[in-house]
Write a protein that binds this ligand. Structure first.
Ligand code: M6R
Length: 612
């Protein structure tokens, strides 16, 4: 979603801002813009990519040591130059960038129109810009006060940065529902939607909380107030991220790099948490909430997209080994369907970005009903990490590709550790079985490494099927979420329609789609319902469908039936998703590359979905 970068300090702002926008490209956007203040307050913007903006400003005056910049993911109004940010106020004295949605913008716009304001764009953002100007002029207050007062009149979500032509030393930043980080340098300040544009300049950051407004002045201390005028002391944190994690490191795409990082990212998610000698698992972040987990009636998992698929694996794990009922909910449905939530429920919110608006809202709802909320997030210090009572980070490192890969396997790893810990506490599995499982789990990074070697076969399959219009993915038990995830990966980056189904459901409808044109990916590993899945493959073959099967090394039966077979190493049934997902990620990747798709920034998608 929209990306924000701002700078004030001794250096030229433009290179910092453009560099920052490039770091935020992964979030997904359709237009870009920048405002710079030297003698004049100048705004440049264009539809398209940051590189288009660079071209657009080639001969422009780009001087100034203060500025704001933005990548826009359209909500109100089509993606074009006029709707791109920054937006000027009517007098052209104030410029503003915004991520989020001002829900009552239509009403505010009407009021401003009656007072003579004329709007250039169809955006909610221009309304906020003029509202601030109106308050500043009519109430004779500073820009900071005008922003604070204006935000009391606004409903919805926002992260904004504002600058004023008459004050070349000051930026005002504020947030509610959309993320904003302030970087504190030697003698300069940086503001961004996340830490990626900031990390190369400083590790000291302040995460703004909801309804906080920051006064950021050249050579002065940072001041923060709530929109209700309460002073807050800035809490400075140290970033742990490093710059190399944000580079492609020789890979053609971030997605490919992230697929190949999985042996390490899974290892990092387990590091210090499995103790083979003592025969135990610890999750430091939730240790104080273990009693709550033990006393819980049930676990409710809330998430979206790929994180929801990880949650589904979590459901199978918790029920299988810890014998506790689990419900897995799409956060967007949960938040609006008046769900029954008890104080003894434990809600686990899963999110890579930690900023997904629906997941955040689901957390707030569950919190208001007295439930205990635990988080599984990748981005340290993110809104969800801060909104939950406690949580466990996945430690997968920054995920830049819009299609989630290493975050998924890291989430599944953490859920596995949680389920094992809970099973141990509840005594639902015996010691020797527990030992067997943690020993096998600690071998998974090596097995993922081995699984990554399937490239040749995957490329051959990608070549064969790159031009089809539909794909079906089937799996049962632990492999059902893998089928869903495989299908999602393919559709989001290659734009081929793909459906994931529980294999046995095929005969209740999707079987009608099967003919010689239809590739069917079946996860048919050798445990659990293997025999039943073999029957499902036979049903597909009987209708001339083309079967691509993910099987366990050494499999004989499916090999005879399927058209293509990809082998993965033998492991416990519950750990198969950690392996079987990997060739499906690679299949989607290679098909997308062969179709010339923008793998890292697929059309219409955003990495962090900060609006509902
Ligand atoms: O950051 P989150 O994990 O909360 O994001 C949830 C979904 O938006 C995300 O998983 C999305 O489905 C990805 N594009 C999947 O690859």
């Amino acid at each position: 979603m929209c990306g924000i970068v701002a700078y004030v300090g001794p250096k030229q702002a433009y290179p910092i801002l453009i560099n920052g926008l490039k770091r935020l490209e992964y979030r997904g956007y359709d237009s870009a813009g920048v405002a710079l203040l030297e003698e004049e307050l100048l705004v440049y913007k264009t539809k398209g990519k940051v590189s288009d903006l660079e071209e657009h400003v080639q001969n422009a005056n780009l001087g100034g040591t203060i500025g704001i910049a933005h990548t826009r993911w359209a909500t109100h109004g089509e993606p074009n130059q006029v709707n791109a940010h920054p937006h000027f106020s009517q007098s052209k004295e104030i410029a503003l960038i915004h991520n989020g949605i001002i829900e009552n913008y239509a009403l505010l716009k009407q009021e401003l129109q009656t007072r003579g304001y004329v709007f250039q764009s169809s955006t909610d953002t221009e309304v906020l810009t003029n509202l601030i100007e109106d308050i500043k002029l009519n109430e004779g207050v500073s820009l900071f006060e005008a922003v604070r007062i204006a935000l009391n009149q606004v409903t919805g979500a926002y992260a904004i940065v504002v600058m004023d032509k008459n004050d070349p030393n000051t930026l005002i930043a504020a947030r509610k529902g959309s993320p904003l980080v302030i970087g504190i340098g030697q003698n300069d300040y940086f503001v961004a939607s996340d830490a990626t544009p900031i990390i190369e300049y400083t590790k000291n950051v302040v995460y703004l909380d909801d309804e906080e407004v920051a006064l950021i002045r050249r050579d002065k201390d940072l001041k923060i107030k709530t929109i209700r005028n309460q002073e807050k002391t800035p809490y400075i944190q140290k970033l742990e991220m490093n710059l190399t994690a944000l580079e492609k490191g020789g890979y053609e795409h971030f997605m490919l790099k992230e697929i190949y990082e999985q042996p390490t990212s899974i290892m990092d998610s387990m590091r210090g948490r499995i103790h083979l000698e003592q025969g135990t698992v610890t999750l430091g972040g939730i240790i104080e909430y273990e009693q709550k987990l033990l006393n819980a009636n049930r676990i409710i998992i809330v998430a979206c997209g790929t994180s929801w698929h990880a949650g589904l694996v979590g459901e199978y794990l918790f029920e299988d080994i810890a014998r506790i009922p689990v419900e897995v909910e799409y956060a967007s449905e949960f938040r609006y369907r008046n769900p029954v939530i008890y104080e003894r429920d434990v809600v686990i919110a899963i999110s890579q970005s930690g900023e997904t608006a629906d997941t955040l809202a689901a957390i707030e709802l569950a919190k208001s009903k007295g439930a205990t909320i635990l988080g599984i997030c990748n981005v340290v210090g993110s809104s969800i990490a801060r909104a939950t009572h406690a949580g466990t980070y996945t430690h997968a490192g920054p995920e830049i590709g819009v299609a989630s890969t290493k975050a998924f396997t890291a989430q599944v790893t953490v859920l596995t550790l949680m389920a094992l810990r809970l099973a141990q506490l509840r005594g639902t599995i015996g010691r020797s079985r527990f030992m067997q499982l943690i020993t096998e789990l600690s071998l998974i990074p090596e097995k993922v490494e081995q699984t990554l070697k399937v490239s040749k076969k995957v490329i051959e399959i990608a070549e064969k099927f790159k031009d089809v219009r539909n794909f079906l993915y089937l799996g049962r038990g632990y492999n059902f979420p893998v089928a869903l995830e495989g299908a999602l990966k393919l559709k989001e980056i290659s734009y081929i329609h793909a459906e994931g189904y529980p294999a046995a459901e095929m005969k209740h409808g999707p079987i009608a789609l099967i003919d010689e044109e239809m590739p069917v990916v079946v996860i048919a590993t050798n445990k659990g319902t293997y025999d039943k899945v073999v029957s499902n493959i036979q049903e597909v073959k009987a209708r001339k469908g083309q079967v691509i099967a993910i099987v366990t090394e050494g499999d004989k039966e499916v090999k005879h039936l399927a058209d293509y077979v990809i082998e993965i190493p033998e492991t416990e049934e519950m750990f198969v998703p950690l392996l079987a997902t990997v060739p499906l990620q690679k299949l989607a990747y290679h098909i997308a590359v062969m179709r010339n798709c923008n793998v890292d920034q697929p059309r219409n998608l955003a990495k962090s979905v900060t609006v509902e």
